[in-house]
Design a protein around this ligand. Sequence first.
Ligand SMILES: NC(=O)C1=CN([C@@H]2O[C@H](COP(=O)(O)OP(=O)(O)OC[C@H]3O[C@@H](n4cnc5c(N)ncnc54)[C@H](O)[C@@H]3O)[C@@H](O)[C@H]2O)C=CC1
Ligand SMILES: O=C(CO)COP(=O)(O)O
Ligand SMILES: [Zn+2]
Length: 352
Amino acid sequence: MFEKSKWIRLPRSVVLGHDVLSQTREVVVETHLTGRPLVVTSETPREVAADRIVAQFEAAGDDPELVVVEEATFEAVEDVLEVARGMDVGYLVGVGGGKPIDIAKMASDHLNVGFVSVPTAASHDGIVSGRGSVPEGDTRHSVAAAPPVAVVADTGVIADAPWELTTAGCADIISNYTAVKDWRLANRLQNVPYSEYAGALSQMTAEMLVDSADSIKPELEESAWMVMKALVSSGVAMSIAGSSRPASGSEHLFSHQLDRIAPGKALHGHQVGVGSILAEYLHSGEQGQWRSVRDALASLDAPTTADGLGVTDEEVLEALTSAHEIRDRYTILGSGISEDAAVEAATKTGVI
Ligand SMILES: NC(=O)C1=CN([C@@H]2O[C@H](COP(=O)(O)OP(=O)(O)OC[C@H]3O[C@@H](n4cnc5c(N)ncnc54)[C@H](O)[C@@H]3O)[C@@H](O)[C@H]2O)C=CC1
Ligand SMILES: O=C(CO)COP(=O)(O)O
Ligand SMILES: [Zn+2]
């Protein structure tokens, strides 16, 4: 008897384009979200977008609240829950980069209320995904949560954001190559369930972005459009998979360790990009695809070295040799690589 079942949760509306921020309340009404909105944001995204959204809700008499968070921690989720419970919240709106969006996503899942994702930068692919990413002590959690009911991505706001945020988003997409390789490897060696559709979508998203690299330039709204489409597509791949596997492999483990070893030095996307060069070398050796990954990153102005990330060679080596410890996710790192192997991968690829 066939008893397999799968539940794919996707956003109902994805609204992407010029000045769509001004339609945020309209999108909310169209998706039947009701009650008092709680806007979750961080400092700069508040100035560039969240205050404007709050003003829309106020003008409509929705009586919104706003809370500012900075780090993606379980404490921050608790803080948001406290505000939400104190106001009898109707739904949450996450406005900003990956951190406030993840916090709003996890808090809304906990409260069982809807959530709208309003990215102010094309810096990460958690915009649409049904996962939250939280460091805690020596580990990193990929928390299951409902994906946003709606996404409002204003390409004008995103194109005005610092260019490095966009290059970080591009690198987060390029990292899909090694994430999918790791996922296939885990399927072959550990019988980890693999989704052909999610794997193919994730890989195709990276290929399309790399093919368009020449036309992705600073301050161009069309570039913001192209990168956002790729980030949405990558997030959908995660939703189809029901895990972050299509977009997170050994290169993400490396980045999560760097977050612990050298906190606040580089953006998530930039770290996973450099991690991808190393992971590609570990997968296929000197003659493998690591040069293509490095060149794709360089063509999009993303860092390709320890220096470019602002971390030391020692920090890179420590992150690479301990990355397997941060989460129970089988990758090319297996149960850990030796110091010698890490030095070889990092020097041969020019990362250190
Ligand atoms: N849940 C998921 O599936 C995923 C989650 N993530 C998570 O997302 C986070 C990384 O995302 P980031 O966006 O790099 O972090 P972030 O939220 O800290 O944003 C990075 C910086 O960009 C600034 N910023 C955002 N929009 C801006 C704008 N328009 N103008 C000027 N500055 C602006 C923020 O103030 C912040 O200083 C990590 O915690 C990562 O684990 C990343 C990918 C997927
Ligand atoms: O960053 C992500 C995908 O790009 C999310 O992955 P994690 O589950 O490793 O946090
Ligand atoms: Zn990522």
